[in-house]
Design a protein around this ligand. Structure first.
Ligand code: GRF
Length: 224
């Protein structure tokens, strides 16, 4: 037993299902399209998992809707195509989503990864990629949906929160859960410190959850 219990609490996490020692590898690379509105640390985590051989996938395109998104710089630095689709240029959500679909299809995307994508999805997009849109959210769903999940968890007084990777559906931050990681809330936590620890877990589970979702949809023989 460690005598540094504060450090233990800060770094302890519970991931379920725990597949870290049993990585699922599709025989052909998964073709990913990543949608991001901001910093893009989850984009980076997926790219690193691909580089390290943890995830057999290829990022076909990064689509961003905010001209300031740091995710675009990360993509360009990695030689990943980055396409700006600014939602403000479209009359309504459906028209925007139709353009998203066209771009995703143009890049031959089979899995759409919402990595900090701050837009509501329409049925148009959901129907175009059935059970193939994966979202990451900074709470243990179904608790604390919406954009202020970390602040909500802090305000509620819960002692454990975390992050969830799930298949997206029309209802925001809902849909079948693929993987979750629990993160303890510490007495001195602010939204920033807590979110930072949640993000460490997000970066661990997102690549694995992508592989797991793909595995569930494919014949077992296509995996090693
Ligand atoms: C993450 O916390 C994710 O759960 C939420 O938005 C944040 C995106 O972070 N949906 P980043 O842009 O990947 O760093």
């Amino acid at each position: 037993m460690s005598n540094n219990s504060a450090t233990d609490t800060a770094t302890t996490s519970l991931i379920s299902p725990n597949i870290s020692s049993n990585v699922f590898t599709p025989s052909t690379p998964l073709k990913l399209g990543i949608l991001a509105s901001g910093n893009g640390s989850n984009f980076e985590a997926v790219a690193q998992a691909i580089d390290s051989g943890q995830l057999n996938a290829q990022i076909q395109v990064l689509i961003y809707n905010n001209p300031e998104a740091k995710a675009a710089i990360r993509a360009k630095n990695r030689g990943v195509e980055a396409v700006l689709l600014n939602h403000r240029d479209y009359k309504n959500r459906e028209k925007f989503d139709r353009q998203l679909i066209q771009t995703l299809q143009q890049y031959d995307v089979e899995w759409v990864i919402l990595a900090g994508w701050m837009r509501l999805l329409t049925g148009v997009l959901i129907d175009a990629f059935p059970e193939s849109i994966i979202n990451i959210h900074p709470s243990l769903l179904p608790s604390f949906k919406g954009i202020h999940a970390v602040e909500q968890a802090l305000a509620s007084g819960v002692k454990i929160t975390g992050c969830t990777v799930h298949l997206a559906c029309l209802e925001v931050d809902s849909g079948p859960i693929i993987m979750q990681a629990a993160v303890p809330i510490l007495p001195d936590d602010t939204a920033e410190t807590l979110h930072a620890r949640i993000q460490i877990q997000e970066h661990r589970i997102l690549p694995q959850a992508i592989a797991l979702a793909a595995k569930r949809r494919s014949p077992i023989l296509n995996y090693s």
